[in-house]
Design a binder for this molecule. Structure first.
Ligand code: HEC
Length: 178
């Protein structure tokens, strides 16, 4: 019985790759039962490549990868999405781009889709753009982050308005908060 279950899970996990449906309609059904530990499931290369592309052109590195914009994108991939202690300060207080290599790995496919479609975060995170992404694109981004694996420290916690950060700060004079 146990063997049966293990076999079924393995088949489910490799199905999109073997059917060539890595980011076709079938991949949304490839839902894991529990939060995924990086490296514990076989990931389809095409889906990882698609995720890498989306992260790059979606601008996620501009904020979530320290020094990315300053170095015109010349940051090794292993250093991507580790968050940044450069503060973003505005009428909302002070926010720090999250270390996605830690936070995103908490989600299984289903929970990630739910979260990515419903969350709101402090500026300047463009959360409303993520609500518009297709299942396939959101899952490809998750797959890429799972493939990169966990690394780094959590970003500093956000500060309320009126408290200032001792490190580097980007200041905004208007809020894009709803
Ligand atoms: C302009 C800067 C900026 C860009 C671009 C950006 N982010 Fe963010 N992101 C942030 C900041 C700042 C936070 C922390 C917000 C807070 O403290 O509420 C954040 C938070 C998040 C969170 C955590 C929200 C939560 O509670 O789960 C996720 C997930 C996320 N970003 C994913 C992405 C992805 C994926 C991309 C690219 C498509 C992206 N971000 C692009 C600045 C940015």
């Amino acid at each position: 019985m146990k063997l049966h279950r293990a076999l079924a899970i393995t088949l489910l996990a490799v199905a999109p790759a073997s059917c060539g449906l890595a980011y076709g309609a079938g991949s949304a059904k490839n839902i894991q039962a529990a939060p995924v530990v990086a490296g514990s499931i076989p990931v389809a290369k095409a889906e990882v490549d698609r995720g890498r592309y989306l992260v790059r052109i979606g601008g996620c590195n501009d904020c979530h990868t320290a020094g990315y914009a300053a170095k015109a994108g010349h940051v090794p991939e292993q250093e991507w999405l580790l968050g940044d202690s450069t503060a973003h300060e505005g009428p909302w207080g002070t926010s720090f781009p999250t270390n996605l290599r830690l936070t995103m790995l908490r989600y299984n496919d289903q929970d990630w889709l739910k979260h990515a479609r419903s969350f709101a975060a402090r500026p300047p995170m463009p959360w409303f753009t993520m609500h518009e992404m297709t299942d396939q694109d959101l899952l490809a981004i998750l797959r890429f982050v799972q493939w990169l694996g966990p690394k780094g420290e959590p970003a500093p916690p956000a500060l309320p308005p009126g408290e200032s950060w001792i490190g580097p700060v980007v200041r905004y004079s208007v809020s894009n908060a709803p």
